[in-house]
Design a protein around this ligand. Structure first.
Ligand code: ADP
Ligand code: MG
Length: 703
């Protein structure tokens, strides 16, 4: 425990820190203790065995190291631009070294005539290569300094640098700390696990990650630390899942009764796809098992999740329970209400719709019907989780398009009943498998990986503004053939006024090109009241409007099979998952559909990649993978609310998929043998879990 106490020491007490720097480290890097500093890992390493020649330097190079002589100093510029410059020369050429701060000290400490090693990032100013604020050192001191060829680089902030807390000084502090450490850092993984999986031990890993002797050693240290970080996340998720099953008995839905059967045999308008059948089996198994279901249903847009939701609800009703669906928007809730009402025609089931715009009177009658159990299915928006909505026997909760709901909202639905209802979470945003293992690691996952038959894949094309007339001509032809088209404009919260202008301009153009009375255009955007939105949608749904001009409010779930063209304006401003969602609004009927991505001629590299992948494939999982590679997991929708600590110190959920899969397997095996982690060899696991997750346990009370 002495080692633990040492690690928990306040960072102020580390020689070279003191109160002022400590405060900065707290604020800027959330480093409070010795342990925090040790776990502040480098973000990259620079090979300091390699020397560049001055003639090789160009501004595209990362940090470089050169050897040579300072010819002399001059002061250049005035006021804020005032700087100290030195010509630095080797046998191949000359560059300029530049300092804006600490100039006196530099000029005093690095006199000309001595051979120096200069280290920094080359840039270009006035056509001359220079290095601003280089690190500089007499080359005679070199052997003394280099304890390792790979020099760790730490991220710092401007405020830190102002207090001379550069990457180099952080490295120095870490070095001091390791030198002070008189005992070995105790293992945070069970000894048997370290040896069985041939991991570097913690003590060595924490040394080598900061001061690796060679790339191989570094890799071993990194692997060990990533392994541990990801392993504890998986162990926590899996243990929580297991505990939940022990704590909460699920309602047993043993019957498949009249409602289900009469729907299946009389009302079902088509045959289920094999994938829908398989998923129904998985759900039925859960519902009959006596365990509370917590299942994630992933299925690309248009794969037929609504039907699965409906059939699951019928099973609940057949067993005497109520069910509800929560959707993220009124449009979508409304659509579910209409679809489900139609599908259940002739079957004696009471369905109600509850949204923010429901009137007092209908709210009251819903409340009554919920209590006297005459209401079977309640469909709605966030309005469902308000406190005054009370069910008498809620057996199944379905959450559609889950990425729009935060964890807390899910939790509140959970608490709508004395005993937790079964929960089915449906998402159309495909999530890469390994990311799902972390984001939804405590849920069981079902996948609908097949579209209903007869669907033709949507053709995706990219045009720039210069081809606008071609695009309009194309849309005109489609309308001539009786089809309908969407024009979608971006909406980004921060600049709502600007986006609204985009929409207005677009509307102007489009209504000039597609003039009434020949054409009818409908519009939907976020500033309309739900009733207005509804009216516009209905106009398009009924086929009266040929074109729907909209912002991304239509992104999710809207189902209008006759619409075959999706024109996405300023496509470069949309994220990949959004583009994919929008594309999913077409291709829902039997006709060939098209997605047209409009962009300006100038696009960022990333935007080009996004457009390319959209044109190349319709596979939601491939798109999700690309999204993950381009943006990293922190930005993927849903990750923010997931309750997983995403301030991972070393692992990367996007890149370390293989390790995630591996450690999940390791964690599963451990829990299989020792579910409560009671065995003495596993005690350290329990201790570590509570140390890591103690502040976060409240999150995990959530499906
Ligand atoms: P999503 O998974 O995106 O929610 P929906 O449930 O809205 O998809 O279904 C998309 C469309 O496919 C709907 O019009 C629905 O009626 C239809 N559909 C669903 N299942 C089948 C099936 N097995 N065969 C034919 N069409 C189906
Ligand atoms: Mg849907």
């Amino acid at each position: 425990m002495i080692a633990q106490e040492f690690l928990d020491t306040n960072i102020t007490y580390l020689p070279g820190v003191g109160p002022k720097r400590a405060e900065l480290l707290n604020k800027e890097l959330t480093i409070f203790t010795f342990r925090d500093l040790l776990y502040y890992f480098p973000y990259k390493y620079i090979d300091r065995t390699r020397f560049y020649k001055i003639e090789e330097l160009d501004p595209d190079l990362p940090y470089v190291q050169i050897k040579g002589y300072i010819k002399g100093y001059v002061t250049e510029g005035h006021g804020k631009g005032k700087r100290l410059a030195a010509d630095f020369q080797d046998d191949t050429g000359t560059i300029k070294l530049v300092w804006f701060k600490g100039t006196k000290w530099v000029a005093g400490n690095y006199p000309p005539g001595i051979e120096y090693i200069v280290f920094g990032k080359p840039s270009v100013f006035n056509g001359i290569v220079n290095i601003i604020h280089p690190e500089i050192e007499a080359s005679s001191k070199m052997s003394e300094r280099i304890s390792s060829a790979l020099q760790a680089q730490y991220s710092t902030t401007e405020k830190l640098k102002d207090q001379f807390l550069t990457s180099k000084s952080i490295s120095k502090l870490t070095g001091n700390l390791l030198k002070q450490l008189k005992i070995r850092i105790p293992e945070s993984l069970p000894a048997w696990l370290v040896s069985q999986y041939k991991l570097m031990d913690l003590h060595d890993s924490l040394h080598k990650i900061h001061f690796p002797a060679d790339p191989e050693e570094l890799e071993k240290a990194r692997y060990r630390l990533k392994f541990e970080e990801l392993f504890y996340i998986q162990l926590n998720l899996l243990r929580f899942k297991a505990n939940r099953n022990i704590k909460h008995k699920g309602f047993v839905f043993s019957n498949v009764g009249n409602n289900f059967n009469s729907f299946y045999y009389n009302n079902l308008p088509f045959r289920l796809t094999e994938a829908q059948k398989r998923v129904m089996k998985e759900i039925r198994r859960d519902l009959g098992s006596g365990r509370q279901m917590n299942r994630l249903l992933q299925g690309d847009v248009g794969s037929g999740k609504t039907l699965v939701a409906l059939m699951s609800m019928l099973i609940a009703i057949d067993n005497g329970f109520q069910a509800c669906i929560m959707a993220p928007t009124e449009i979508l809730a409304n659509q579910h209400y209409q679809t489900i009402t139609k599908l259940l025609k002739g079957i004696d089931i009471k369905i109600c719709l509850l949204t923010g715009s429901s009137k007092r009177k209908s709210r009251n009658s819903i409340a009554e019907a919920l209590m006297d159990r005459s209401l079977n299915i309640l469909i709605g928006t966030h309005a469902l989780i308000e406190d005054n909505v009370k069910f008498s026997n809620l057996g199944l909760v379905i959450i559609d398009e889950q990425h729009r709901f935060g964890v807390e909202q899910r939790a509140r639905l959970w608490q709508k009943n004395l005993h937790p209802p079964h929960v089915l979470v449906m998402t159309a945003t495909p999530i890469p498998r390994t990311l799902a293992m972390t984001l939804y690691g405590d849920l069981d996952v079902s996948v609908i990986d097949e579209l209903p038959p007869g669907r033709m894949p949507v053709k995706t094309m990219h045009f720039t503004d210069t081809d606008r007339n071609k695009v309009f001509g194309f849309v005109r032809n489609q309308i001539k053939e009786g089809r309908q088209a969407y024009f979608v404009y971006p909406l980004i919260k921060e600049s709502e006024s600007m986006d609204y202008k985009d929409l207005e301009d677009g509307w102007d153009t489009i209504s000039k090109v597609f003039r009434p009375p020949e054409y009818c255009i409908s519009i939907v955007h976020g500033r309309m009241t739900p009733a207005e939105k509804d009216k516009s949608m209905q106009l398009f749904k009924d086929g009266h409007a040929h074109i729907l001009v909209a912002t991304t409010v239509i992104e999710v779930g809207v189902d209008i099979p006759n619409a075959t063209v999706m024109v996405i304006e300023s496509a470069e401003r949309f994220g990949l998952s959004q583009l994919h969602q929008l594309r999913g609004r077409v291709g829902r009927g039997a006709d060939q559909s098209y997605c047209i991505l409009m962009s300006s001629d100038k696009m960022s590299k990333e935007a080009i990649k996004r457009v390319e992948v959209m044109v190349r494939t319709n596979d939601g999982f491939e798109i999700a993978e690309t999204d993950l590679q381009l943006r990293g997991p922190g930005d993927i929708e849903g990750t923010q609310q997931s309750g997983i600590p995403f301030d991972l110190k070393i692992a990367n959920l996007g890149k370390d998929g293989q390790i995630i899969e591996y450690v999940r397997h390791v964690a599963e095996k451990i829990l299989e043998k020792d579910p409560l982690l009671n065995e003495s060899q596993n005690v350290v696991l329990r201790l570590e879990l509570s140390r890591i997750f103690s502040q976060r346990q409240s999150w995990s009370n959530i499906s």
